[in-house]
Design a protein around this ligand. Sequence first.
Ligand SMILES: *[C@@H]1O[C@H](CO)[C@@H](O)[C@H](O)[C@H]1NC(C)=O
Ligand SMILES: *[C@@H]1O[C@H](CO)[C@@H](O)[C@H](O)[C@H]1NC(C)=O
Length: 333
Amino acid sequence: QRLSYAFVCVCVCVCVCVPSAYLIYSSSVAAGAQSGIEECKYQFAWDRWNCPERALQLSSHGGLRSANRETAFVHAISSAGVMYTLTRNCSLGDFDNCGCDDSRNGQLGGQGWLWGGCSDNVGFGEAISKQFVDALETGQDARAAMNLHNNEAGRKAVKATMKRTCKCHGVSGSCTTQTCWLQLPEFREVGAHLKEKYHAALKVELLQGAGNSAAGRGAIADTFRAISTRELVHLEDSPDYCLENKTLGLPGTEGRECLRRGRALGRWERRSCRRLCGDCGLAVEQRRAETVTSCNCKFHWCCAVRCEQCRRRVTKYFCSRSGGERLRPRRRP
Ligand SMILES: *[C@@H]1O[C@H](CO)[C@@H](O)[C@H](O)[C@H]1NC(C)=O
Ligand SMILES: *[C@@H]1O[C@H](CO)[C@@H](O)[C@H](O)[C@H]1NC(C)=O
């Protein structure tokens, strides 16, 4: 019985204490939160807000108490990362108490296929990640409700992006019947899904002072309950990320690199100089740089590889207040 009074603490930005029975999950939770942060940096690499460290305070006490669209994304991707990693660990056999989800095996799934095989156990990942991530929200105010809603949206995104994989059965692979199971996608897909949700995030308007009374708190709960947990929600508008703001810990876009030419640039990347520089009233400055790489490598019998050093001139682009080319701003954000 003494065990039930022992707690372990996990620090992922802030510390969460949970019963020590959960100790076995703590490295997985920390790794999951880290992968969420890395995905945030990847998804926002060419946005004005690029997921800076100060944004990554998950707790609603201490740190930043912003409640904008970006805060919503940080909560969702972190909670998705934790759930994803726990689920993956489970499938890899890292935990004794969990394995495949075979609860539906044998049941008809759809036309011509049955559930079978080893589905990734997202139910497990969901339950454990809830214990850790949602425990950070101890308040009863609108911010806590917003954070919990976005944590849930992150977990929903993991489920929504799962892939059905099937195997054919029948005489010499004639595929008269199939068995199918659900697999986790690459985490990148969860990130891309949540980035779309970020663009479509809903702003929740609450009356001033709601939350100061029991009735007010009930109204907050009702308001959030009415919104699908597949959607991200926020309470405040975002600040102007073009500008440096020391109070808010924002660096502004001056000095940021942007992309212009390149083999495989998507539309979002190709527009990055306009978005980061031009629309923020900054010029685009070219800087030439030289990169040195190993090249023309040859294998010598036996056994050495010798390479030459190749120098390549590259042009990089940066937002600059002084010199450089001015793009005509389309609009101020
Ligand atoms: C779960 O996976 C992560 C990363 O894939 C790894 O760092 C962590 O140690 C794993 N946890 C366990 C308990 O094996
Ligand atoms: C920084 O942001 C705060 C809060 O939005 C605002 O009141 C203040 O005017 C901003 N400061 C600058 C220098 O823009």
